[in-house]
Structures are given as structure tokens and as C-alpha cells.
Design a protein around this ligand. Sequence first.
Ligand code: ADP
Ligand code: ADP
Length: 225
Amino acid sequence: MIELKNVTKTYKMGGEIIYALKNVNLKIKEGEFVVIMGPSGSGKSTLLNIIGCLDKPDSGEVYIDKIKINDLNDEELTKIRRNKIGFVFQQFNLIPLLTALENVELPLIFKYRNTLSEEERKKIALKCLKMAELDEKFANHKPNQLSGGQQQRVAIARALANNPPILLCDEPTGSLDSKTGGKIMELLKKLNDSGKTVVVVTHDLAVAKYADRVIYLRDGNIVEE
Ligand code: ADP
Ligand code: ADP
């Protein structure tokens, strides 16, 4: 589902070249649950940005669902992101003025423009909230009327809206207490059992037990699997 071959990514800082990723090789199979760990500065965000088609490597090849993304332009990358990847973040990144349901509808508006009626959109958004196990009674609540765990469920529902095969999660438990974090991980595990490929970047050791595989990064290298 995801493959990186000899991927290198550098940043220039003043006169210095920083290797954020050095010759990284990584294969993630369809339906796998992979956790990526490593100290701050080890290249986790850079790796996530490359897998998420938000950034391209300096050298090496990246394949997402058999599509080589190196040579795609921004418009094509956006399309891959939209169809293949759902993003979940530490800070939920919900739009405060929109309800839970409207937040989940948003990607459907971008993707389908006028081809999906409002009614169809709401139906899909409700189905996604249900998959994220948020009680329907919260559908019309704004984010600030919801707990952290509930907000993360809305964010996960939004990530599911375009029915992507891959979920990329950046510290999904980072703003939650350990009990709530555990529940969110159980939800991600359930979605993985139903067929989603799940990649989680985290500092949280408690997250590792949900993984089929844990990858450790250090100084831009995979040091242990
Ligand atoms: P992590 O997510 O594990 O903390 P990052 O991928 O953010 O690691 O960073 C890897 C390395 O690349 C670090 O040394 C960091 O300082 C550097 N880096 C990341 N982004 C940039 C940037 N935009 N400009 C310069 N250096 C960067
Ligand atoms: P396309 O191939 O046209 O980009 P999809 O294959 O993703 O679209 O979706 C096809 C149809 O499935 C859409 O018209 C929409 O009504 C419906 N659909 C899309 N996402 C979901 C979802 N998460 N849950 C249920 N139905 C969906």
C-alpha cells in the first residue's frame, strides 16, 4: 500500500544541510497497522509528510497504492491525498464554527462539489460519525461543546469521509488522557480490522501495543523494527 525506496530528504539551515531522512526503505502492506516512534527531530514528521503526499523527497521513490508520486504535480498530489489518505492530528484541527456533522461534510464538499446533494452528503457524514462511534445526539454540537475524545472521534469521522484506504495519524492520543487515548486507539484498531491501513506517529509507548509493527527512527534512519 505504501512503499519508500531509498528516500532522502534534506533541509538547508543557514549554510548547513540537515538530513531529515537518509536512504529510508519502508514497505507497509495493505491492512497493516504500523506505529512509528523515535525521539524529537528523528524525522517522524518528515516521513509522515512524505507518506501523506504533503511533501516530496529529494531522492528515492515513493509509491502510494502502486502510484509513483515523485513526478506528480501539486494538483495530482492533492487528488491522491483526497482519494487515498485520511489525516488525524493531535489537536483535532476541527473548524470551531462548524458542527460535528458539518466538519465531516467538509471533505465531501471539496471532493464532490455539486455532484452530491446536501442530503446525500449529510447521510455519508452521519454514517462516518457512526463508524467513529460518536453518539448521533452530538452531531449538531460545535467542537467546544465536545470533550477531547469526542472531538477526536469527529476528526476520525472526517478522515473517513472520502473512504480512503489509508489513515495517517500524527500523535492521535497526544491531547488526551490515557483512558480516552486508549479508547481512540481501540477505534483505530477496529477501523484497521475493517480494512484500513493505519500509520500512527507517536511518542506514546501505550500506542505500540495496537501495532502489527513498530518502526523506530533515529537521525533520519530506521534503526529498528
Ligand atoms: P520529528 O518529527 O521526529 O521531530 P522532523 O521530521 O520534524 O522530526 O525533523 C527531522 C529533522 O529535520 C530535524 O533535525 C529538524 O530540525 C529538521 N527539519 C524539519 N523540518 C525542517 C524545516 N522546515 N526546515 C529546516 N529543518 C527542518
Ligand atoms: P469517486 O470514485 O467518484 O471519486 P468514490 O468511489 O469514493 O468516488 O465514491 C463513490 C460514491 O460512494 C460517491 O458518489 C458517494 O456517494 C459514495 N461515498 C463516498 N464516500 C463514502 C463513504 N465514506 N461512505 C459511504 N458512501 C460514500
